[in-house]
Design a protein around this ligand. Sequence first.
Ligand code: NAD
Ligand code: DAU
Length: 330
Amino acid sequence: MNIVVTGGAGFIGSNFIKYILKKYPDYKILNIDKLTYAGNLDNLKEVENNKNYKFVKMDICEREIEDLITGYDVIINFAAETHVDRAIENPEIFLKTDIFGTFNLLEISRKKKIEKYIQISTDEVYGSIENGSFDETSPLNPSNPYSASKASADLLVLSYFKTYKLPVNIIRSTNNYGPNQYPEKFIPLLITNGIDNKFLPIYGDGLYVREWLYVEDNCRAIDLILHKGEDGEIYNVSSGEERENIYVAKKILEILGKPESLIRFVKDRPGHDRRYSIKFEKLKKLGWEPLFKFEDGLEKTVNWYIENEWWWRKIKEGDFKEYYKKHYQI
Ligand code: NAD
Ligand code: DAU
């Protein structure tokens, strides 16, 4: 199979590329990535010389990427602006990449008669739920410019299935964690701050709930949907591993052997969704189940950051420093 992966230099995309090249030595992957602040070729060092892997630096909004996409069966679109706090501060680029970029890829898929277009979406499109869990038929109710852009993209993808019979799938997963996640996100930020004895910023009362999915479990889910997903279907991917943010912070400090006095409650995020929770019965029927318990995945992740300081230290001392100072006002 010949696959175009967009946004493959980011967290989930790079984990997915490494997973696929290892599992299917005869598959070919073309990775198209703009290399924004979140794109990092260090994530792909172990495959950069693989003869079945190719990287091209380009923006998914550019129509010219069409020229690269000849002889490919599948497009999997991971490329997006992904950080909610940045979307609140500067929404425009989210609308451009997450909506217009998706539109451009759909147009190219239609023209090139792509056999499968997979949109990597998010559980955030359903919005917050205090009790119970959403399924794939639940209404879209996004709360911030990031999730509203992702929801808009999902609607476009579905319209291409209905109107043009483009064979599509949409995958909506919960919060991922694991190796190579940019340290603006909650878990890697807390781990790397903890290692450096810096404070761990907790928004609001810390009782917000996320359902944590180890990135390898998500890669297995995407792999299954790629091979067995029914055209036009949406699949939720989750774990049932719901944890309050304050619990996650304390657990990270426990694994690191650091004191809880490093925890600091800070100003809340506007429009902060209280709880995300989705059902994954549909994917279960296809033959998938998560393998990682949260505490095991978290320990593995903490150890990865301890062992791979070379990877995150240069990010935290580079571009990220300015963002961090401004955002947390320190
Ligand atoms: P990330 O921010 O780590 O990586 C995004 C990648 O996309 C980067 O490599 C970046 O350079 C690239 N990119 C951004 N704009 C681009 C453009 N215009 N053209 C080409 N490349 C561009 O993101 P992630 O956490 O790996 O998320 C990947 C996908 O999964 C996203 O679509 C996101 O919405 C979705 N998702 C993420 C999570 C999560 O917990 N991380 C959960 C559910 C869904
Ligand atoms: O649910 C899937 C989504 O998960 C993805 O679609 C997004 O791309 C991804 O960024 C993530 O969004 P969240 O907003 O849930 O993730 P984040 O890591 O930013 O925050 C997780 C929780 O931790 C959330 O309740 C906010 C809180 N938080 C976050 C940061 C950065 C803090 O308390 N302090 C912080 O400094």
